[in-house]
Design a protein around this ligand. Structure first.
Ligand code: ADP
Ligand code: MG
Length: 380
């Protein structure tokens, strides 16, 4: 249990006993496929080595004791009091237990002591990491036989119905289903998945993940407007969703509004790029990913207009410092970029971006090097 002694000790402090086990679930980055999910399209995330870990054990008193080392808060709830709309971080964990019980699983209480090195609110899905770690813990503790995709769906119910955040399945599917050296292709309409080989280390690549530290502003409003424009465009084109546009030029010719045309072009070409990334993974030479990443960024910048100056500078600097391809990842208006680099070069490119940020008077970014990691499971 080395490395997680602090949560084990904390668990002991609360219960007087050792935990029954340690379970984990990772954060994720989206390799490609941005704003395609609500258009019934395609996404391709991979899991990070950064993860949430929970020391867990059952309780017989019908209570949930929830502790987070990061937030240093101790929450004590009766199972009978669990109800959607609960505020605060503990709702993500309590929501999982609520979702399991709502789905008819006969589960009782638990003590859950949490720690995570997924940065909070950076778009790397710290929320799905903590939810999926609790799902993994509960399935083992209470002997539940739940298929991985259904575990992801339960975690999503916790986030949508209990916490009240209207997110798609991407985060929880990635955190649960991903495997080492692979990405997860997800069809957001059928919810079918395919593991896509991404043997980055073996082929001499790594991925820089850099948080620009740009505060997200106007995100909800901008997101709502983009979504409404896509729905209106699909209506005008007579298709259920933009995913169903098969002839982009013909579709663009039917639309009068220039902004709407650009939004449609992003969504349709982004879906194509995800499908091409899937082919790259299947065919095995990852060099083919680089131009797709950079083209995705240009499309988000010029057509979907969801990038901001810090993010654009980070991507430009990454490319001029030797990255093979780079893009913003996540919903936009700030957050993280990813850059595909030769092995051993990601950190230097992070430093180059930090220098260009200092020159531009921007906040200091934070970064780390990633390779596709394993989805949720038991640690000890
Ligand atoms: P993201 O998933 O992009 O990191 P969200 O806003 O979806 O951002 O989720 C972040 C929230 O998840 C935090 O505000 C907190 O409530 C919860 N959370 C994440 N990690 C932890 C943790 N280690 N301890 C307690 N709560 C956490
Ligand atoms: Mg989240």
């Amino acid at each position: 249990m080395s490395g997680y002694d602090a949560i084990v000790e904390r668990y002991r402090g609360v219960t007087g006993e050792a935990p029954e086990g340690l379970w984990y679930a990772p954060g994720r980055v989206n390799l490609i496929g941005e704003h395609t999910d609500y258009n019934d399209g395609f996404v391709l995330p991979f899991a990070l080595e950064r993860k949430a870990v929970v020391a867990a054990g059952r309780r017989v008193d019908g209570r949930l004791r929830l502790l987070s080392l990061e937030l240093d808060e101790d929450v004590d709830l009766a199972l009978s009091d669990l109800a959607p709309g609960q505020e605060g971080w503990s709702a993500y964990l309590a929501g999982v237990v609520w979702a399991l019980r709502e789905a008819g699983h006969d589960v009782g209480g638990a003590t859950l002591v949490l720690t995570s090195d997924v940065p909070l609110g950076a778009g790397l899905s710290s929320s799905a990491a903590i939810e999926c770690a609790v799902v993994a813990a509960y399935c083992d503790l209470y002997g539940l036989d739940i298929a991985p995709i259904d575990r992801a769906k339960l975690a999503r119910v916790a986030e949508n119905a209990y916490v009240g955040a209207p997110t798609g399945l991407l985060d929880q599917a990635a955190s649960t289903l991903c495997q080492a050296e692979a990405g997860l292709f997800l069809d957001c309409r059928s919810l079918e998945t395919e593991l896509v080989p991404l043997p980055m280390a073996e082929q001499g690549y790594e991925m820089l993940v850099l948080d620009t530290k740009t505060p997200h502003s106007h995100v909800d409003g901008e997101y709502g407007t983009r979504r409404a424009t896509c729905e209106e465009a699909a209506r005008l084109l007579g298709v259920p969703a933009l995913r169903d546009v098969t002839d982009l030029d013909a579709a663009l010719a039917k639309l009068d509004d220039e902004t709407m045309r650009r939004r449609v072009r992003h969504v349709v070409t982004e879906d194509e790029r995800v499908l091409r990334a899937l082919e790259v993974g299947r065919s095995g030479d990852l060099a083919g990913l680089a131009p797709l990443l950079t083209a995705s960024h240009a499309s988000m910048r010029d057509d979907y207009e969801i990038t901001v100056p810090t993010v654009d500078l980070a991507v430009e600097t990454a490319l001029s410092a030797g990255a093979l391809g780079a893009r913003m990842t996540g919903g936009g208006f700030g957050g993280c970029i990813i850059a595909l680099t030769h092995a051993g070069e990601a950190d230097g490119i992070g430093r180059a971006i930090a220098r260009s940020f200092a020159e531009a008077g921007y906040a200091t970014p934070e970064w780390f090097t990633a390779v596709p990691a394993q989805g949720a499971g038991r640690l000890a």
